[in-house]
Design a protein around this ligand. Structure first.
Ligand code: BGP
Length: 479
């Protein structure tokens, strides 16, 4: 086969908190991200105790998709998208997370959105939790450090599975569930799990306990989903930044192999249904007390996923003799031992540009799991310039996307990888997750909105809009 299959899911990826806005509209409650201010490249976002009047919260209005969704879906349809990946804002459905009954206005919004997408033959691909846990669950229960939160997540999943069982086929449970393994950056444990590490606690031990509860929650949700609609395809979703050895020095090669376990732990459990020995050995070696309940092994074994979704932006390179204190490479997917890779360049935000790494990742994952894969994030964050005539030329973004599509095509047509689809991240300009900025733009559609919340919110097409329209129309032939 020389070309991608006709039913290949060309799409775009988004997340409720980064583009919907309407943060407290129609009964929606505050999520963990709604108390986060804007940071900047290299400047971390602040987690405030409450919503402070004198601070700017970029996710509150975002790009106001909540009130403009018909206009934006029409643009996605014009682009020719076959699917749209986005998340259901957990706090639109359960404002606090532990209510007995869901918020009907929230459920109705997603009914309307999915109807609008399906009217244009665009399949919704839905993430259940994309860093949008109810703030109440984080503050009152300690987020996923508490086993009780498992049932609240599964309840949320059941309600939306039932409500949209005839509108949504593809689901995924937790977005980038593995981000929190970078425990040097509190952003990830907070947004992934609603957890902050307390005085005297071991961050990695806390992370593993929260991660265990999420893995249990995911497995229970998969089982529940399959009961509701056996045709559901429910995936896991991990962030993947492959780790290369700096040289053929066996010490570099073995360090890269060990650090790849940081990337493999969560997908191993999601896909295989049991804990890998290298993590169980770590628990013993470090004396971590991770509480497993009676029956957890069976839950994991019976709740494995149908496909593995993952984000791919960059690779990282490690050197075994690098002196390290703390991991200062967090924002570019790096490790404490990461060094510059002399063979590849980086974006303005320091994210390496490595399209071959995507083909390498597809092969490593497919070889390890032998289940369908789904690239649900890939993109190039950059500052865009608007010309006098209003046009926006974004050749760097087109080059980045073109080179990654070329590599995914090789993985499918030459290496034989079973790939469901490709949904580039931020199909329309949205709020950056790690920095809270608007100026780190991924979109093929520009939004007139700046870092401080100024602008008309007007949408306009970039050159990459037409480029991607042609890619989809030609089934990936016209690049
Ligand atoms: C991933 C998240 C997305 C998205 C992406 C780009 O971690 O799943 O939500 O934000 O990163 O990151 P950023 O927006 O910080 O450039």
């Amino acid at each position: 086969m020389k070309t991608l299959p006709k039913d290949f899911l060309w799409g775009g990826a988004l997340a409720a908190h980064q583009f919907e806005g309407g943060w407290n509209q129609d009964g929606k409650g505050p999520s963990v991200i709604d108390v986060m201010t804007a940071g900047a490249h290299g400047v971390p976002r602040e987690i405030t105790e409450t919503i402070e009047e004198d601070k700017f919260y970029p996710n509150h209005e975002a790009i106001d998709f909540y009130n403009r969704y018909k206009e934006d879906v029409a643009l996605f349809a014009e682009m020719g998208l076959k699917c749209l990946r986005t998340s259901i804002g957990w706090t639109r459905i359960f404002p606090k997370g532990d209510e007995a009954e869901p918020n009907e206005a929230g459920l109705q919004f997603y009914d309307d959105l999915f109807d609008e997408l399906l009217k244009h033959n665009i399949q919704p691909v839905i993430t259940l939790s994309h860093f949008e846990m109810p703030l109440h669950l984080a503050r009152e229960y300690g987020g996923f450090r508490s086993r009780e939160v498992v049932q609240h997540f599964v309840r949320f999943a059941e309600v939306v599975f039932r409500r949209y069982k005839n509108k949504v086929k593809y689901w995924m449970t937790f977005n980038e569930i593995n981000n929190k393994m970078d425990t040097d950056n509190p952003l990830f444990l907070w947004t992934n799990s609603g957890v902050t590490v307390r005085e005297g606690e071991n961050a990695r031990e806390v992370m593993y306990q929260a991660g265990h509860h999420e893995l249990i929650a995911s497995a229970l949700a998969v089982r529940k989903g399959k009961e509701i609609n056996p045709d559901f395809q429910i995936g896991a979703m991990v962030s993947h930044v492959p780790v290369y050895p700096y040289s053929s020095n066996p010490a570099d090669v073995m360090l890269a192999e060990e650090l790849m376990r940081e990337r493999y732990f969560f997908p191993d459990v999601h896909v295989r249904g049991y804990y890998p020995s290298y993590v169980l050995q770590e628990f013993k070696r470090e004396g971590y007390n991770i509480v497993f309940e009676e029956g957890d092994d069976e839950i994991l074994r019976n709740g494995t996923v149908d496909y593995l979704g993952f984000s791919y932006y960059m690779s990282t390179t490690v050197k075994s003799d690098k002196e390290v204190e703390q991991n200062t490479n967090i924002t570019n997917g790096g490790m404490a031992q990461s060094v510059e890779n002399p063979y590849i360049k980086a974006s303005d935000w320091g994210w390496s540009i490595d399209p071959v790494g995507l083909r390498y990742t597809l092969n490593r994952f497919y070889d390890r799991y032998q289940i369908p894969l789904f690239i649900v994030e890939n993109g190039f964050g950059a500052v865009d310039h608007i010309e006098e005539d209003g046009s926006i030329h974004d050749p760097q973004r087109i080059d980045y996307l073109r080179s990654h599509v070329e590599e995914l095509k090789k993985a499918v047509t030459y290496d034989g990888v079973d790939l469901l689809g490709y949904t580039p991240w931020g199909i329309i300009d949205i709020v950056s997750f790690t920095t809270g900025e608007m100026k780190k733009r991924y979109g093929m559609i520009h939004v007139d909105r700046d870092n401080e919340g100024n602008g008309s919110m007007e949408r306009s097409k970039k050159d990459s809009f037409v480029w991607y329209q042609n890619v989809i129309a030609s089934d990936g032939e016209k690049l």
